[in-house]
Design a protein around this ligand. Structure first.
Ligand SMILES: *Cc1c(COP(=O)(O)O)cnc(C)c1O
Length: 218
């Protein structure tokens, strides 16, 4: 069930701060998505392609789907005409495939680069140290059907608020740095950071897009 009070409270906070709220609906049944839809929510985030493909035809067509989880190149084709924004791009080969499939479908695909800012070991995300190199590789691709619209990151899962703040501050500085160089023009505008437990810190650190799941449900 949707926690309507929390949802309204989060809508209040995010709209006051001009932050987009992506409702993370992974593992939640369609009835709950419809409940959020009826409260006005249109942006939903899923982390698995299969789950997104199952929900997609069963729900209203004006939903904006965000893919927030790891994406394998061989699944790009299935989602390219269904999602608004892919938050989890972390390899050049994946960008190449997105560009290829978007060209085939004659559509534009919006992507965020996922940056690995957490202390935890993870296979996913571009390391901050290799971001410059990644961007110079990207420029060589001369993308036409893919727009690089910003950065995404997840902080370490910890109670240590200072640590979370440090990681989000790092991501914000990487974002500001790219933006100030006008590498991707005005498309580059989303900083996707903050989840149920760290949303207030993320917003204080300059996030303009939060991905909130568990807190919205009872
Ligand atoms: C699940 C998930 C979220 C939401 O996490 P909550 O703690 O449930 O708010 C955000 N981002 C990603 C990438 C996720 O997989």
């Amino acid at each position: 069930m949707v926690n309507t009070n929390t949802y309204n409270e989060f809508i209040d906070i995010t709209s006051k701060n001009k932050v987009d709220l992506i409702a993370v609906s992974k593992t939640r049944p369609n009835e709950e998505l419809v409940q959020l839809y009826n409260l006005g929510q249109r942006a939903f985030g899923e982390n698995k392609v299969q789950e997104l493909l199952k929900k997609y035809p069963e729900l209203p067509k004006d939903i904006e789907w965000h893919l927030i989880g790891h994406l394998q190149s061989n699944k790009v084709r299935q989602i390219i005409d269904k999602v608004t924004l892919i938050h989890s791009v972390d390899s050049i080969s994946l960008v190449r495939e997105i560009e290829k499939q978007a060209k085939k479908q004659a559509c534009q695909m919006n992507i965020l680069l996922q940056i690995h800012i957490a202390e935890e070991e993870s296979k996913f995300g571009i390391s901050p140290n290799s971001l410059d190199e990644f961007i110079s590789e990207l420029s060589k691709l001369e993308l036409k059907n893919t727009r690089v619209c910003g950065l995404m990151g997840m902080a370490t899962f910890t109670e240590d608020q200072d640590k979370i703040k440090k990681e989000f501050t790092l991501l914000k500085s990487l974002f500001d740095n790219i933006q100030s160089q006008h590498i991707f023009g005005t498309d580059f505008r989303h900083l996707s950071m903050g989840m149920s437990d760290d949303m207030p810190i993320a917003i204080a650190c300059g996030s303009n897009m939060v991905r909130v799941g568990s807190a919205l449900f009872i």
